[in-house]
Design a protein around this ligand. Structure first.
Ligand SMILES: Nc1ncnc2c1ncn2[C@@H]1O[C@H](COP(=O)(O)OP(=O)(O)OP(=O)(O)O)[C@@H](O)[C@H]1O
Ligand SMILES: [Mg+2]
Length: 254
């Protein structure tokens, strides 16, 4: 059984004025196996954030289902949703979403505090994570005292400290310069190699080239996917960029 199964997912937004409808997701179908690293690409407005918000249980679909480890997320009652989300899902946002009045360490501990875990367990989980993400020396600092790349690594630690079944990321490198982005992507790769399932929305070919599989979304459906196979990141980059060229021009290059 796949870890994540997305079946005939549909999302229609109804605007306030005159009830005009926007079909953001028409019929989205895909699945993600445990341990995979999947990126999703698509033009602006193609429904990527809509999809991620539904996977994150921050929004409900108009139709279809999402199964996470066999559990139908739409069957989780609202009253249990916050706890379900905290126990099963980790998120990394484009703009970090760290609280400026908390040190990095307290930001990272936040989901554990909300889950009423004891302090000793939090410390034990933090140590190896901070080492892997190279923020061990920065934990007492506040977000405004560290760089964008360091903030994003703290945000990744916060997403991983609960040991989520899946890490969801919406443009995690969007606010980073290319060096910090490369650092973060290298870490995503390592985290994935150690067994963490990752699902990432991105505009960046470079970011997507680190994934094992890339889905392409357009007109509310997944219309294409690429597998890395044994290829390198460079080969994956070339495949993605060729695919995007074909999509943009509607024909293959000679
Ligand atoms: N709350 C909303 N109400 C109405 N329409 C919405 C709402 N949110 C998104 N949409 C529409 O749904 C479609 C998909 O939007 P979405 O934000 O998922 O796109 P995206 O792929 O994330 O784009 P971007 O790359 O620019 O972030 C767009 O046409 C958008 O205008
Ligand atoms: Mg978006």
């Amino acid at each position: 059984m796949a870890l994540l199964e997305v079946n005939h997912l549909k999302k229609i937004y109804t605007t306030r004025f005159g009830g005009a409808k926007v079909e953001a997701l028409a019929d989205v179908e895909f699945s993600v196996e445990k341990g995979e690293y999947v990126a999703i690409m698509g033009e602006s407005g193609s429904g990527k954030t809509t999809l991620l918000n539904i996977l994150a249980a921050l929004d409900r679909p108009t139709g279809g289902k999402v199964l996470l480890d066999g559990t139908d997320m739409s069957a989780v009652p609202d009253s249990r949703m916050a706890a379900y989300r905290r126990d099963n899902l980790g998120f990394v946002f484009q703009d970090f979403n760290l609280l400026d009045t908390f040190s990095l360490k307290d930001n990272i501990f936040l989901p554990m505090v909300l889950a009423r875990k004891d302090y000793k367990e939090m410390e034990e989980r933090l140590k190896p994570l901070a080492r892997k993400l190279e923020i061990g020396e920065l934990l007492e600092k506040y977000p405004y005292e560290v760089s964008g790349g360091q903030k994003q690594r703290a945000a990744v630690a916060r997403a991983l400290i609960t040991r989520p079944q899946i890490l969801l990321a919406d443009e995690p490198t969007g606010a980073l310069d290319s060096r910090a982005a490369d650092g973060l992507l290298g870490m995503f790769e390592e985290i994935n190699k150690s067994g963490q399932t990752v699902f990432m929305v991105t505009h960046s070919i470079r970011a997507a080239s680190h994934a094992g599989r890339v889905l392409f979304i357009k007109d509310g459906i997944i219309f294409h996917q690429l597998y890395r196979g044994d290829g390198s990141n460079e080969e994956m980059y070339q495949k993605i960029s060729d695919t995007l060229t074909v999509l943009a021009t509607g024909r293959e290059e000679a």
